[in-house]
Design a protein. Sequence first.
Length: 82
Amino acid sequence: MTLPDPDEPVFAPSGPDGESLRCLICDAVDEVTVAEVPSMAGSGTDTSARCTRCGSAETTDPIFGWHATPAIWPHPGEHHQP
C-alpha cells in the first residue's frame, strides 16, 4: 500500500455538470462536506472540505494557503474481499 501524497488534491469535480465532488482517495461522490467561514486572520475566508466516508480533507486560509490531509484508504484493519 502506498501512502497518499499530501501535495496532491484530495477532491475533484465530477459528473456531467462538474458540480459534484469526488474524493480521489476513496472514490466517494457527493460525500464531501464543504464549509466557508470568515478567516481567523481577519480578512478573506477560510474553507474546509472533508470526505464523510474516509476523512480526507482540504483546507485553505489567507495565511497558510492550501493544505491537504489525505486519509489512508482503506482504513488500517479493514479487510476487503476481491
